[in-house]
Design a protein around this ligand. Sequence first.
Ligand code: NAP
Length: 338
Amino acid sequence: MNRYTVAVLGATGLVGRTMLRILEDRDFPISTLRPLASARSAGTTVPFDGRLLDVSAVDAQQFEGVDIALFSAGSDAAREWGPVAVERGAVVIDNSSAFRDKADVPLIVPEINAEVLRDADPRIISNPNCSTIQLVMALQPLRVRYGIRRVVVCTYQSVSGAGKKGIDQLHTELRGENAQVRAFAHPIADNVLPHIAAFDDDGFTTEERKLIHETRKIFSDPALRISPTCARVPVTSCHSEAVHVELAGEYDLEEVRELLENTTGIIVIDDPESTAYPLPTIAVGRDEVFVGRIRRDASVENGLALWVVADNLRKGAATNAVQIAELWRERSESTQLQ
Ligand SMILES: NC(=O)c1ccc[n+]([C@@H]2O[C@H](COP(=O)([O-])OP(=O)(O)OC[C@H]3O[C@@H](n4cnc5c(N)ncnc54)[C@H](OP(=O)(O)O)[C@@H]3O)[C@@H](O)[C@H]2O)c1
């Protein structure tokens, strides 16, 4: 079996640390792992495979001999170091939004559009935004079976979606103290903020635009009508979404339930009578997307309503990125055999 030299840029962050755990859990064949971060973290360590590995400040040298570079260090670092890593022969799998809208950069959720990687040999592959991944996972079986006319989605996104400083702000405020470094425009404890990232001239936020553009790109459906509102809530981990879908044709509710139950990567929890529905406390630490509150939305023809919850650090980021690395590995090993 081939073993790979893997660099993780952003290894000290929430997503980077989760990627290290998932590479271990999924037994990715690694010969050398290089944890990289900013100069602030040089000399610190991160746990991997029962050892503590030294973190290095990122520089061009660090990408020499790297096969796969998993990036979770934000867009600026991705723009700076992505081309450098590629020039040195690595394939880059990036968690930021830096390259997602580029036509020649695939945006991959392996359960949905893995075939894009079988037909091309991109050097940069983007991982979608966390709120997009769980949405498209729940929509995909419905789209394939019935077609989708329109989606209205409201998100309830946890503070870990804003990285370490998001968690720090919530936990500091919960102790009754003022956060020194704030991730959000307002206090987040006891609050709900209808504001994630910057507003544009039409009043939508960049987070909402990402949901629209990324969903269309993953589904190869540039005309898909989708209307999002993204909110930040005082939950540490896992994003929740209220999803209202207008299907293209008639459907049977029981069939929808079975379809979702039989989809790999989805777990249905849907017994409102016994207060059983997806919750962040159920989804945390899991790789599946949880779906419940499955019901007819009679306000539109063929309307369907769902409640969708997933761990934003796992399937919403790190797990999906490692799954992409597994796809890349399969593809490159099968090409070598030919
Ligand atoms: N959190 C989520 O749910 C989520 C989901 C999907 C995608 N993402 C994306 O993943 C990325 C990381 O998110 P996170 O939540 O892990 O953030 P985080 O906890 O704040 O960690 C950021 C990481 O990036 C490193 N970094 C920042 N600027 C850098 C630079 N200029 N050069 C090198 N390293 C740099 C940091 O290193 P230091 O420790 O040295 O500062 C740290 O390791 C972001 O692009 C984010 O949008 C996050």
